[in-house]
Design a protein around this ligand. Structure first.
Ligand SMILES: NC(=[NH2+])NCCC[C@H](N)C(=O)O
Ligand SMILES: [Mn+2]
Ligand SMILES: [Mn+2]
Length: 314
């Protein structure tokens, strides 16, 4: 089977964007995630894999776009901050994709996927998304209990918020229910379950991972979103998909998650398709947990990124 490459093979450049932003949820520290991963050496590690790295992120970078006053709108918390950060991020990711670069985004909380997926989808018209997470992040502005926008990015990307939220009018609905698939779910709100069911969105929860094993689950997930192996893939990886024993330093940990190997297998198998054009690594929060938990989480975040960029065991 011929694999289509969507980035410039000659160039083989990764554009890395670090998003020092935490406004999609209430816990401080997740804005330091990108800084920690860079300090841990992720950029050099990517170069060692044979990629050129394009990184212009001095920190803080996105934090300065956050308005000082940002009162709730309806249930939404920090809507202006999330909107302006994700809007700027969408531009950066779009420019990277236009240059034929692989777009790697280091978060930051998961609200930033509003920007990353918008950016890649603007360039890669046939995009599909693999969302690896304990959570579905598909609450609408009406259904969200917490009001935290990191629980809502997918609803914006799919255009589920009707009428349009003025702050997010810039977001073009770019995802259809058949072009997203979830892996790792285990903490899905009742309203989200309803949305998933009504829209027929495919999800492989931890139940399916237990039943079929991760190999089969990834095969089925790819078969679902990419039946002809020709669509570019955006992988949005929330580190809380991993079990908290593997990645403890994250804001909304949920027991019963992916093992170290299952997480890595997902990234390896998706990289193997040759169709991956963008990856997000989000919700690494260095402020949570002890030193060991922090190191463990940052380390695993970096190694998942390497696997997404083609690192293999042999
Ligand atoms: N990206 C995340 N960690 N999201 C957690 C979301 C939790 C919950 N469903 C909410 O909407 O608030
Ligand atoms: Mn999550
Ligand atoms: Mn998430």
């Amino acid at each position: 089977m011929t694999k289509t490459q969507f980035f410039d093979e000659q160039e083989r450049t990764v554009s890395v964007v670090g998003v020092d932003f935490s406004g999609g949820q209430p816990k401080a520290g997740v804005d330091q995630g990108p800084f920690q991963m860079v300090q841990f050496g992720v950029l050099d590690q990517i170069k060692e894999l044979g990629w050129k790295v394009n990184f212009d992120g001095t920190f803080p970078n996105f934090q300065k776009l956050v308005p000082t006053e940002d009162p709730d709108i309806g249930r939404m918390k920090k809507p202006r901050a999330v909107s302006s950060v994700t809007r700027a991020l969408a531009d950066k990711v779009r420019l990277a994709a236009q240059k034929g670069h692989f777009a790697l985004t280091l978060g930051g909380d998961h609200s930033i996927a509003i920007g990353t997926v918008s950016g890649t989808a603007a360039v890669h018209k046939d995009l599909c998304v693999i969302w690896v997470d304990a959570h579905a992040d598909i609450n609408t502005v009406e259904s969200t209990d917490s009001g935290n926008l990191h629980g809502c990015p997918v609803s914006f990307l799919m255009g589920l918020n009707k009428p349009d939220v003025p702050q997010f009018e810039w977001v073009q609905p770019c995802l259809t229910p058949d072009r997203i698939v979830y892996i790792g779910l285990r903490d899905v709100d009742p309203a989200e379950k309803k949305i998933l069911k009504e829209l027929g969105i495919k999800a492989f929860s931890m139940h399916e991972v237990d039943r079929y094993g991760i190999g089969k689950v990834v095969d089925m997930a790819l078969e679902h979103v990419n039946p002809h192996n020709n669509r570019p893939i955006h992988l949005s990886f929330d580190v809380d998909a991993l079990d908290p024993t593997v990645a403890p330093a994250t804001g909304t940990p949920v027991r019963g998650g992916l093992t170290f190997r299952e997480g890595h297998y997902i990234c390896e198998a998706i990289a193997e398709t040759g169709l991956l054009v963008a990856m997000d690594m989000v919700e690494v929060n260095p402020a949570l947990g002890d030193d060991n938990g922090l190191l463990q989480t940052v380390t695993v975040g970096c190694s998942l990124v390497r696997c997404g960029l083609g690192e293999t065991l042999l």
